[in-house]
Write a protein that binds this ligand. Structure first.
Ligand SMILES: Nc1ncnc2c1ncn2[C@@H]1O[C@H](COP(=O)(O)OP(=O)(O)OP(=O)(O)O)[C@@H](O)[C@H]1O
Length: 294
């Protein structure tokens, strides 16, 4: 089990991580989402032991990653660009990684590189952006570390390769690897993650993926008979996603006070239809800096 407790980290006087707490079990897939600059990469680097926290602990199976360096081999960070390996070929990189990660699986690496149609003997520097991403993911998964942290692993990858990479991730999780994946591609995350860690202002809000669809935030399409009721639309329990003529797509906190649905019913709309909630909708609700309709 990976346990992150009270983790705080400042960079150049900026508090990037503030008392972060969460834990993940074997085989769990957590998606980390947040606005640009929210601190996702900093969180990954701190969990992997590349950065030292100012406060708090990261433990794998009860051992502190920062106090016991050997426990770092249980956690691997796959950056969004494998710059450190630019001067090496995948063949040489595998050799280096097998020295650091005792369970490095060379056969898995060779098979995966073949599946992804990537060359073993060209310098990583000569790879395209997508090829670099796929290589990084293949190498990270080949370490057979129990926790793999992936920073935007499908960024810049074509749709066919993306399917292959997602399949590799799902298979790794099925084998018990804990995956922590940051991505701005929320539809993709929604398909593979069971937990969402939402980062805002250095803090984390953790949700199970089913909460995305079954939580208190719901999505509706509403058509009003006449003039749109501004006071309802600008209430703190309502967020307008889209507005075309008299048709509004809104997110509503159905547990909000006063009861926003009861209030809406009293406004006698022509239509009020529930729509499926997506992770993107929850992202907008939680992290979007909700706008008001004027
Ligand atoms: N080496 C650094 N020096 C100074 N500030 C930094 C450094 N690394 C990160 N930061 C700052 O820390 C904050 C978090 O950055 P981080 O890269 O962790 O965000 P992120 O969520 O991964 O962003 P993105 O989604 O854009 O990749 C940002 O405000 C960033 O400017």
């Amino acid at each position: 089990m990976l346990t992150v407790r009270n983790l705080s980290k400042s960079i150049e006087q900026l508090e990037v991580l503030k008392s972060i707490d969460f834990s993940l079990n074997e085989g769990q897939v957590a998606g980390v989402v947040g606005r640009n600059g929210a601190g996702k990469t900093t969180l990954f680097k701190t969990i992997a032991g590349i950065m030292v926290p100012d406060e708090g602990t990261v433990e794998f199976e009860g051992l502190s990653v920062h106090k016991f360096p050997q426990s770092k081999t249980n956690i691997v960070f796959v950056p969004d660009n494998p710059e450190a390996l630019f001067g090496y070929t995948p063949f040489e990189s595998a050799h280096l990684f097998s020295k650091v990660y005792p369970r490095f699986d060379r056969k898995y690496f060779l098979d995966t590189m073949k599946k992804l149609d990537l060359p073993m003997h060209r310098k990583v520097r000569q790879f395209s952006k997508g090829m670099r991403m796929m290589f990084g993911t293949a190498l990270g998964l080949s370490t057979k570390a129990q926790v793999v942290l992936l920073d935007e692993p499908t960024n810049g990858i074509d749709p066919i390769a993306k399917k292959q990479v997602l399949k590799l991730l799902v298979e790794a999780a099925e084998e018990g690897t804990t995956l922590v994946i940051s991505s701005h591609l929320l539809e993709e995350l929604e398909r593979i993650a069971d937990t969402v860690l939402m980062m805002k202002d250095g803090r984390i809000d953790s949700h199970s993926i089913t909460e995305t669809t079954d939580g208190s935030i719901r999505k509706f399409q509403v058509v009003f008979q006449e003039e749109a009721p501004q006071s309802w639309l600008s209430s703190s329990n309502v967020h307008v996603l889209e507005h075309v003529g008299r048709v509004y797509t809104v997110l509503v906190d159905i547990e909000g006070k006063p009861g926003p649905l009861e209030e809406l019913a009293q406004l006698n709309p022509m239509l009020m239809e529930p729509l499926p909630m997506k992770l993107e909708d929850l992202f907008v609700w939680k992290l979007g800096g909700r706008s008001r309709v004027g």
